[in-house]
Design a protein around this ligand. Structure first.
Ligand code: DHB
Ligand code: FE
Length: 284
């Protein structure tokens, strides 16, 4: 049986990818941010998964206003890093896991969640920046990755509650796969940030940290946060946080198991326009 052994939560920001790719991580501006991921890079080496199920959002890169899937699962054998305007990031291509991804699609759709199946797409900073933060600059990513894209760009977006419930369905799907695989689930994006309009630059430290407390200790309460609260309190792009609830809903305690172990928690302001949050939870 495959098992979800841990969940990882981290913000993504294109400028973080650029800082890594251009060798700027030790500059004064970036050093404190990357220091928060030193633990995580070692943890990834010590806790290498067989597969990462990576929940992220596409930023009008693979999808556009032409086609807006709420939830899209990547079933392809591989995914190339996208050109978001400055050429593709110089990072390894992403190797998929079509067998597990197809099984999860089958199981989750039969549990009444409508997933879009994606056999071909490129992946943007939403997926590659979390991989870079957690894995550094390897020749190849440490394991296959199943990309799972959530629409948090064009309204209507899914509620946090629906994302949390989807996480529960993903856990069941993983546990009904008949190969022994160690699977991590990552929830990415957030925390507070707003990139446009009168409130551009908004950061809300208190709200972010209270939400992190809930995510870790009272995920039902975090899941009940209405979408308008994210926008009011954490800015228009703060809504990316609902993706973290997919990962949290897949943890063992949500299905009646023991509480997860908090392996790491980090918060840093700012990276570009964004408050960066990062958590690692381990199932026992
Ligand atoms: C920034 C943050 C994002 O989440 C994003 O998708 C693009 C830019 C930023 O802070 O610059
Ligand atoms: Fe984003």
């Amino acid at each position: 049986m495959a098992r979800i052994t841990a969940s990882v939560y981290t913000s993504h920001v294109p400028a973080i990818g650029a800082a890594i790719d251009l060798g700027k991580t030790q500059e004064d501006y970036w050093k404190p941010l990357f220091a928060g991921y030193d633990f995580s890079k070692q943890w990834m080496k010590d806790n290498k998964p067989d597969v990462i199920f990576l929940v992220y959002n596409d930023h009008a890169t693979a999808f556009s206003l032409d086609l807006i899937p709420t939830f899209a699962i990547g079933t392809a054998a591989e995914y190339q890093p996208a050109d978001e305007g400055w050429g593709p990031r110089p990072v390894p291509k992403v190797i998929g896991h079509p067998e597990l991804a197809s099984h999860i699609a089958q199981s989750v759709i039969q549990q009444d969640f409508d997933l879009t199946i994606v056999n071909k797409m490129e992946v943007d900073h939403g997926l590659t920046v979390p991989l870079s933060l957690m894995c550094g600059q390897p020749e190849a990513w440490p394991c296959p990755v199943i990309p799972f894209a959530v629409n948090v760009v064009q309204y209507p977006v899914p509620s946090g509650q629906r994302c949390y419930n989807l996480g529960k369905a993903i856990r069941k799907a993983v546990e009904s796969f008949d190969q022994d695989l160690n699977v991590q689930i990552w929830g990415t994006g957030g925390m507070s940030h707003q990139l446009q309009g009168a409130r551009a630059g908004l950061i809300n430290r208190d709200w972010d940290n209270a939400w992190l407390d809930q995510l870790i200790n009272d995920p039902e309460a975090a899941a009940a946060t209405p979408h308008i609260d994210y926008v009011r309190e954490a800015g228009s792009e703060g809504i990316e946080l609902v993706m973290w609830l997919i990962a949290r809903g897949a943890m063992a305690d949500v299905a009646g198991g023991p509480a997860p172990k908090l392996a790491h928690r980090f918060y840093h302001v700012p990276a570009s326009n964004t408050a960066v949050g990062h958590v690692i939870l381990e199932n026992s």
